[in-house]
Design a binder for this molecule. Sequence first.
Ligand code: HPA
Ligand code: ZN
Length: 335
Amino acid sequence: MDTLLKQLPKIELHLHIEGTLEPEMMFALSQKNNIPIPYKSVEEVRKAYDFHNLQSFLDLYYAGASVLVDREDFFSLTWAYFLKCKEDNVIHTEIFFDPQTHSSRGIDVGEVIEGITLAMKKAKEELGISSYLIACILRHLSEEEGIATLQSLLPFRNKIIAIGLDSSEVGNPPSKFKRLFELAKKEGFYIVAHAGEEGDSSYIWEALELGVNRIDHGVHCSEDSKLVQYLKDKQIPLTVCPLSNLKLKVFKTPKEHNLVWLLREGLCVGINSDDPSYFGGYMGENFEMIAKNFDLSIDEIVKLSINALNSSFLPQNEKKTLMSKIENFKNVTKS
Ligand code: HPA
Ligand code: ZN
């Protein structure tokens, strides 16, 4: 089963590039850029990753990101992530970054985008992995600041496929960003939003009212049967992140996670790693956790990849090419 899971062609749609910063790289960049971090060793960093909710994680995540300064740093970070993708047979990924986490420290957003997109280009050429970039707006900041950020991204319009919404959810509902998302849609971006991670189902309804193409997380939908039916009928994608939800105590135990229930109800759910350096694993580990705790058939495991591919922003012809890779995998497992 383990080798089968490894070989499954995977699509990742919920991955914060800042959340792939491994402690070793954090130390190296802290020294290179002369930016102090409050840890003495890699072990001490890992020990600090003991979160009790979303905010306790975000505080360390933003502090960690402070060591990222120039385009080479963002290139190294992104390239290291692509090497993990190769190991896990991730064939397409749609990567989030937080422009405001860097612009607030005086870092030029163009440098950030250059570094990340250079690694994306190299990954396509050398590893055969395709990718898109999604800029997330920080919801704990004002809509005005978000709109100014959106405007600062317009010169890089052709490098960014979508605008997202992340950071502290409760108290910062999607409706706070109505104007921003209207502008983003007008500019031709796809839109996505974190909703129903810690927030209740009303956050998901609000995100749907904005016209999002996907809901990031969305696991709190199961408390609202009308919403579950709606998500199923419309096949609105939920980009679910099992290890993240466990680390941040959205679910207390692996068996309480509702991903498999949602899948069997017929919702369009997929598996993603969110912030793998902080949450204990990349795509492979997330699939393993679910397979270990739930009696999934091969068809169900493959369906998670098919759902993710259908939910991606790839054009139809590229979806078709990647779908044949997933179908091939299915045929091999059955022969
Ligand atoms: N939720 C909200 N904001 C985030 C996350 C998350 O899981 N990861 C990085 N920013
Ligand atoms: Zn996330």
